[in-house]
Design a protein around this ligand. Structure first.
Ligand code: IMP
Ligand code: MG
Length: 181
């Protein structure tokens, strides 16, 4: 794809780099207050959460470990498929940790519902969910995040780790993707 047609798919910027940065700073402080003195493991869901995770963990001023899992639920399109596979697991003994799952976006909630069920079975000391973006209008499960940084309407977004067909993850902001043209 050439750079021109690549850029044309960006409809508008929804959250700028500095807006994201300041929400993450607040969230890091909030997590530090809640988990001070407790063994903390943050599990990022790849690939979408990789940028969020790297900024979030640096905003948490207490000891914490990070790990990643990989799931597959989207298969390259803009419509969720409804089935979720665990492609890569974490190797920590979760019974030793207070776990926070870090996700890029909760859409239907199917991916996280499956991940939560999978991780809860390993008896973590506690389990919470943090999501960068939340699209509550699209939810088909009971699942909700404990901490959600931004709530958005039912639009497809890219950037700051989120992709469309594996592209746009490297945009430093979050933008609405033009699904029409
Ligand atoms: P869910 O299982 O429907 O909640 O889908 C969650 C996954 O779908 C996220 O981890 C994203 O990878 C992907 N997804 C959902 N909405 C968007 C979007 O607007 N932009 C990019 N990816 C999305
Ligand atoms: Mg994802």
């Amino acid at each position: 794809m050439n750079t021109d047609s690549y850029s044309k798919k960006i409809k508008r910027i929804i959250f700028t780099e500095s807006e994201i940065k300041s929400r993450i700073a607040e969230t890091g402080e909030r997590i530090a207050m809640e988990y001070e003195g407790k063994p903390l493991l943050i599990i990022g869901i790849l690939n979408g959460s990789f940028i969020f995770m790297s900024d979030l963990c640096r905003a948490i001023p207490i000891p914490c470990e990070v790990a990643f899992m990989r799931t597959q639920s989207y298969f390259g399109g803009t419509v969720s498929s409804g089935s979720v596979d665990i492609l890569m697991d974490v190797d920590q003994d979760l019974s030793q940790y207070n776990v926070i799952i870090a996700e890029d976006i909760i859409d239907t909630g199917r991916t996280l519902a499956e991940v939560v069920r999978f991780l809860r079975a390993r008896n973590p000391k506690s389990l919470k969910i943090i999501t960068l973006l939340d699209k509550p209008e699209r939810r088909v499960t009971e699942l909700n995040a404990d901490i959600s940084l931004f709530t958005i309407p039912d639009v497809f977004v890219v950037g700051y780790g989120l992709d469309c067909g594996e592209l746009y993850r490297n945009l430093p902001y979050i933008a609405e993707y033009n699904v029409e043209e």
